[in-house]
Write a protein that binds this ligand. Structure first.
Ligand code: ASP
Length: 432
């Protein structure tokens, strides 16, 4: 236990040092094209691979871990009516927390209106500089939007039960994997006891081995986190902060409201836990989410820490957390709502209250469809913008500062799952 605390401490130090080194490097090369190129080379050839080895070691365990832990979690719940009840409450909690978060994002931007009077020259400059990235993101929306009733129905079917489950899994599509694991877990409750026990033993061994691999990866974590953060801050558009500072600050404030006010209130009201202690014990999860910008990549750590430091029973953690990493994105919903309002303000478009309510609904729905990987919300966000008449290529304006906000929203996303797991853990204990 103490070694894992030592390691979290080391990871946090690495986070601070990496950020400081990155900002220093960014400032040192500013205005010097040759030096900037060398810094880019250093990031690509040293910082990037070290960070990636860590990230990929976590990614390789995600599929077997979700499969094994969710299947045995569901089989462990015993009867299927219980699964239905807990599942219903879990989804309701996901929905309510996402809607609340999107509303916070929209309300903050509406109150302060940082986009009003945004310098048109700066707007044009940003639109030009990030045009190619925006086009690239827009091209990714093509596969998402379907037109025509049959196409939409088929798309929804593919999202949940594709024809070829192995293809979906090799593409790391988590929803089909979750559906398959739920079905297998449910089926296991119906077969002969001795066969079920043998399968459960095998699944538990697989889960434990995957968590052990996460332990190996965590040894590398302090160095990888240093490199990941260095790469982000060294390339970060510090000069853009002047123009987009208020926008960034407001979104960070929104994240803080959800993390330090909303989640603690939920913990107090819905569980018997002490919020401050809970957040402290969850620090390794937050640091990992922040460094990786990926809910999926963080999932192994989320499960491990929830079961150990937070005392959430494995059958609940393995049921709620994989679902949450895929479907519950409170930080993303907040961010999306805020961006739509900000870009609308920059373009002088007024969104009526009705349209703002529509934005909340669209943010909640699109956040469910967002994969838990870095920057995944951006293509769907463009679709939301288009729905309410905000020019989607206006996204270019905020792309330069997005990575830092992505790190923050991933923390909020993952912590929303952990708070939900704590609540379901409580409900289940009371029912037992
Ligand atoms: N990076 C986020 C996550 O993995 C998704 C997003 O909002 O881009 O949770």
């Amino acid at each position: 236990m103490s070694t894992s605390h030592d390691n979290s401490f080391k990871i946090m130090i690495a986070l601070g040092l990496g950020a400081a080194a990155g900002i220093a490097a960014n400032l040192a090369v500013a205005g010097n094209a040759g030096a900037m190129e060398n810094l880019g080379l250093l990031i690509d050839t040293v910082a990037h691979p070290v960070g990636q080895v860590f990230l990929r070691m976590l990614f390789i365990v995600v599929v077997p871990l979700v499969f094994a832990s969710l299947t045995s979690g569901v089989a462990g719940l015993g009867d299927l009516t219980k699964l239905g009840k807990l599942g219903g409450r879990t989804l309701l909690m996901f929905l309510v927390t996402s809607a609340f978060s999107a509303t916070v994002g929209i309300a903050l931007l509406e109150l302060v209106r940082p986009g009003d009077g945004f310098d048109p020259a700066a707007r044009e400059m940003l639109m030009r500089s990030y045009a190619s990235q925006t086009t690239e993101i827009q091209s990714r929306t093509g596969s998402v939007v379907a037109t025509g009733a049959l196409a939409v129905v088929n798309q929804i079917l593919d999202m949940f039960i594709p024809r070829n489950i192995t293809k979906a899994i090799t593409e790391m599509q988590m929803i089909p994997l979750i559906v398959f694991s739920l079905l297998l877990g449910a089926a296991l409750t119906k077969i002969a006891e001795e066969k079920r026990t043998a399968m459960l033993q095998w699944l538990d061994a697989l889960t434990e081995s995957m968590i052990t691999i996460v332990g190996f990866a965590m040894k590398l974590a302090p160095y990888a986190v240093f490199c990941l953060i260095f790469g982000v801050t060294a390339r970060f558009g510090l000069d853009l902060l002047q123009k987009l500072g208020l926008y960034v600050l407001l979104i960070l404030l929104g994240y803080a409201i959800v993390l330090f006010l909303f989640y603690p209130i939920l913990l107090l009201v819905m569980t018997k836990r002490k919020p401050a202690q809970f957040l402290r014990d969850a620090a390794p999860i937050m640091v990992t989410a922040f460094s990786l910008s990926s809910s999926n990549g963080t999932l192994p750590t989320t499960i491990r820490v929830s079961e150990t430091a937070l005392g959430i029973r494995p059958k609940i953690a393995s049921f709620v957390l994989p679902l949450g990493a895929t479907m519950n994105m409170n930080g993303t919903a907040l961010f999306e709502g805020a961006v739509v309002l900000f870009i609308a303000q920059v373009f002088g478009i007024d969104l009526s209250i009705g349209q703002q309510v529509l934005v909340v609904a669209l943010c909640v729905i699109s956040a469910i469809g967002v994969a838990g990987v870095p920057g995944a919300s951006l293509p769907l966000l463009m679709i939301v913008m288009a729905q309410v008449g905000v020019p989607p290529d206006g996204l270019a304006i905020i792309l330069g500062v997005d990575r830092v906000l992505d790190m923050g929203r991933t923390v909020i996303n993952v912590m929303g799952d952990v708070v939900t797991a704590a609540y379901i853990n409580e409900v289940d204990a009371e029912a037992a």
